[in-house]
Design a protein around this ligand. Structure first.
Ligand code: SF4
Length: 325
């Protein structure tokens, strides 16, 4: 983790909404509210972890933030400037990149690794000569721990961990400041996961990068994140520093997620109180009234049915959306 001290956030998301129309009849559609009124900011050099079960909207937040999907509502600001179609979006596209979850499907099997890595260089015309392009490919491969002699090979000739390194080299090609790491290790063997996370941390320090690190597993984001945001059914329900969130989770959903994190010490694991949630996550097509978590919350009361709890700062820097926090 790197220290954070500048005042204007590098990235700010205000009331972001992403609704997808889902057809329910011949002409009738209903909105699937994948992301609903989500706000957060990320300071330069910081890593914000974004966690939640699959389908909670965290990947959609990352892609909408990067404008890969046009937001249904809300704003994205970069260095205090709102991203709008045109010049600001073009500048943002150079500065903000993504590392995808699946290194098996995100790399074109018909392109050489060198051409894959050079894609952003080609798109943004970031070289003057072929030689310059070649040198940049080589230095990017070395930066992620790959031999530059492998640039003429194809992605299928590499292991999963090596493919993710190729994806990271591609993300770094345009010299970005901000990277959305969308579950970058969840498709990899456990033994490889730590290597890739360590490499991302090392690159962050060397290149001064800022990350939004998306994961479904709190134990993956714990060490790399300065702060962690928890999502449930398209809503942000808790946000705090990584240390504070692990020490004193205030939302019942975060408490259940933390109780599911494996504890290596068998003695402590035996004494730990695992909180098992009842029921299934409701469909995002039919989000419960009031608190989206109320159908699975043992503490739910009448107010939870009638009023949506806002994300409020209950302790300095610790935000929670729960009437009883
Ligand atoms: Fe549970 Fe109510 Fe808090 Fe929602 S607002 S988490 S239902 S206690």
């Amino acid at each position: 983790m790197t220290s954070v001290n500048k005042e204007t956030p590098l990235v700010e998301v205000r009331n972001l909404k992403q609704y997808f129309p889902v057809r329910t009849g011949f002409i009738k559609t209903v909105p699937l509210k994948a992301v609903d009124d989500v706000s957060f900011s990320i300071m330069e050099g910081e890593t914000l972890g974004l966690v939640g079960e699959s389908g909670c909207g965290k990947t959609t937040v990352g892609r909408t933030l990067l404008q890969l999907y046009k937001p249904t509502g809300g704003q994205v600001l970069y260095r205090g400037e709102e991203i709008t179609p045109g010049d600001s979006l073009n500048r943002f596209r150079k500065k903000a990149q993504i590392v995808f979850q699946d290194p098996y499907s995100s790399l074109n099997p018909r392109m050489t690794v060198g051409d894959i890595i050079a894609e952003p260089l080609d798109v943004h015309k970031l070289y003057k000569t072929k030689k310059e392009r070649e040198e940049r490919i080589q230095s990017l491969m070395e930066l992620v721990g790959l031999s530059s002699e492998q640039s003429t090979r194809y992605a299928h000739e590499f292991s999963g961990g090596q493919r993710q390194r190729i994806g990271i080299a591609r993300a770094l090609a345009s010299k970005p400041e901000f990277i959305v790491c969308d579950e970058p290790v969840s498709a990899l063997d456990v033994s490889i996961q730590a290597q890739v996370i360590n490499m991302l941390e090392d690159l962050q320090k060397r290149l001064g990068l800022t990350y939004l690190f998306i994961a479904h597993d709190l134990s993956v984001v714990k060490h790399i994140s300065n702060r962690i945001a928890v999502m449930y059914l398209g809503h942000l329900i808790e946000l705090a520093s990584s240390v504070e969130l692990h020490r004193d989770p205030l939302h019942p959903y975060t408490q259940s997620l933390l109780s599911a994190v494996p504890i290596p010490d068998p003695e402590k694991a035996r004494k730990a109180n695992r909180i098992v949630l009842g029921g299934e996550v409701p469909s995002p097509l039919n989000v419960p009234s009031g608190c989206p978590f109320r159908t699975r919350c043992k503490l739910a009361q009448d107010i939870c049915k009638n009023q949506r709890p806002e994300l409020k700062e209950w302790k300095p820097g610790h935000f929670v959306a729960c009437h009883l926090a």
